[in-house]
Design a binder for this molecule. Structure first.
Ligand code: SAH
Ligand code: SF4
Ligand code: F3S
Length: 459
């Protein structure tokens, strides 16, 4: 392929915020730009193009973008781009969910931003760059929906990490939880056709991946078309991915409790490539709060789902997301959340203070006091820490297959992930990067495990 920039190789720096789908999108932006002469660099000062791929989920996440933009502007005013010397001005693009949700606000607060591109329009980056260069400034594209983007993305050029690749299979959300911006930033639910996903998986395997993580805002609502045009479920998609030679680990994230169907639960019992890990956000343990959140399940519905998945796969590591201080949350509601956490014994959890997001129904309701939110979050997190620690300690003495995907903290050490998504550190040769090896776990900390390699890499 040729593009306007092939004659002069340029440098792009991409900073990613938010969820794994943004990690996938950032990698795909690099794929889109590569045929136009852009290579990825890891220092913004070397870049001709700086892309901030942003997250809008909580206020803090969105504000990070404006402080990063402020930093970039000061840096540019001070020393220009290092690559071209003083006076060089890299193009600045804001992509992702903040771009989608508040493009006009970005132009107002950071007028030097050249390109604003939403999550469904980044396949058009080369055109937007050309527009921005031609006009001097200000190319905006926040078009919907997801469909055309996937059709126009080029073949992937690299795995997400050594041995591991993310593949977005479902995007957008129709659920409209009362607190959440995703249906507004990512648009309506869309599932990619099964054959497209399988082709992309084959491509990543050829690039060295043995672990595939299927991504979606509601990945278990997947209903992509099969070869006959009829919809396929996530369980069917996972079975198709498991049949691709070279795939040895499959993960999926994030799931919604109402879409945990029987076939998917059963699959945890009989598909050995499906990892014993489930990220199933519950948000609250109070039925009153769950109803106000528009979640469509009760705390006991959630407990029953967990029991069924554990019956299928007894060693399952369960992960979740929780919100404290949702409008109207009483002390009794919060106690119900603590009870649910104690019952479910989460191996991992993300917990957040409710953050009112403009345009969502919960933002307009009377708010819980900040100090109360702080107290609840601290109490919840100390319980979650104990759950995680005891899950990790139960792994000591076991032999676990670890996929090494990055250098460790010390020389001679690599870090990887267990089937349960724990970080595992062990002494290993760099040649083991991207491979799965058996590790005897010798110690457990709150955030990671340490172990000893039992034999050489096997994948
Ligand atoms: N689709 C997933 C979650 C997507 S957002 C699901 O249905 O659960 C990731 C997490 O961010 C959510 O699970 C929720 O816990 C948190 N979150 C979303 N909006 C929030 C808000 N306004 N304030 C605090 N946390 C929020
Ligand atoms: Fe947001 Fe709810 Fe959709 Fe998850 S299911 S992305 S929390 S609206
Ligand atoms: Fe954030 Fe958008 Fe993901 S709001 S969590 S980057 S879908």
């Amino acid at each position: 392929m040729t593009g306007p920039y092939t004659s002069s190789p340029k440098a792009v720096y991409i900073k990613t915020y938010g969820c794994q789908m943004n990690v996938y999108d950032s990698a795909r932006m690099a794929d889109v730009l590569a045929p136009h002469g852009y290579r990825v660099v890891d220092d913004a000062r070397d870049a001709d193009l700086i892309i901030l791929n942003t997250c809008h989920i909580r206020e803090k996440a969105a504000e990070k973008v404006y402080s990063e933009l402020g930093r970039l502007r000061r840096q540019r005013d001070r020393d220009g781009g290092r690559r071209r010397g003083a006076g060089h001005r890299p193009l600045v693009a804001v992509a992702g969910c903040v771009a989608q949700a508040e493009g006009a606000e970005i132009s107002r607060r950071a007028p030097f931003v050249d390109i604003i591109v939403g999550p469904q329009a980044y396949h058009r980056l080369p055109d937007l760059i050309a527009d921005a260069v031609r006009a001097g400034t200000g190319a905006v594209d926040t078009e919907f929906p997801a469909e055309p983007k996937f059709d126009q993305l080029p073949e992937a050029l690299a795995t997400t990490a050594p041995g591991s690749a993310f593949v977005t299979v479902q995007e957008g959300c129709d659920k409209f939880c009362a607190f959440c911006v995703v249906p507004y930033t990512r648009g309506a639910e869309y599932s990619r056709p099964l054959a497209d996903v399988v082709d992309e998986v084959r491509r990543y395997v050829a690039l060295g991946a043995c672990e595939i993580s299927l991504l979606g805002q509601n990945v278990n609502a997947y209903h992509g078309a099969g070869p006959d045009g009829q919809p396929r479920s996530l369980a069917q998609l996972i079975a198709a991915v498991a049949a691709v030679p070279g795939v040895s680990r499959i993960r999926y994230t994030t799931s919604h409790p109402v879409d945990m169907d029987d076939a998917l639960i059963d699959l945890h019992g009989h598909e050995p490539k499906l990892m014993p890990f489930l990220h199933l956000p519950v948000q609250s343990g109070s039925d009153t709060v769950l109803a106000a959140m528009n979640r469509h399940y009760t705390a006991d519905d959630y407990r029953r789902i967990v029991d069924r998945v554990r019956a299928a796969r007894p060693d399952l590591a369960l992960a979740t997301d929780l919100i404290v201080g949702f409008p109207g949350e009483s002390d009794a509601d919060f106690r119900a959340t603590l009870r649910l956490v104690a019952d479910c014994r989460f191996a991992q959890a993300y917990s957040f203070k409710f953050s009112p997001r403009s345009g969502t129904p919960a933002a307009a309701a009377p708010q819980v006091a900040e100090a109360v939110k702080d107290e609840r979050l601290a109490e919840l997190q100390s319980l979650l820490d104990r759950c995680r620690q005891s899950f990790n300690e139960a792994c000591v003495g076991r032999e676990l297959p670890v996929l090494f995907d990055r250098p460790g903290r010390r020389a001679g050490q690599l870090a990887g992930r267990s089937p349960y998504m724990q970080a595992v550190f062990a002494e290993a040769e760099t040649s083991a990067l991207g491979a799965i090896a058996a590790v005897r776990i010798t110690a457990a900390g709150p955030n990671s495990l340490a172990g000893r390699l039992i034999d050489g890499p096997s994948a």
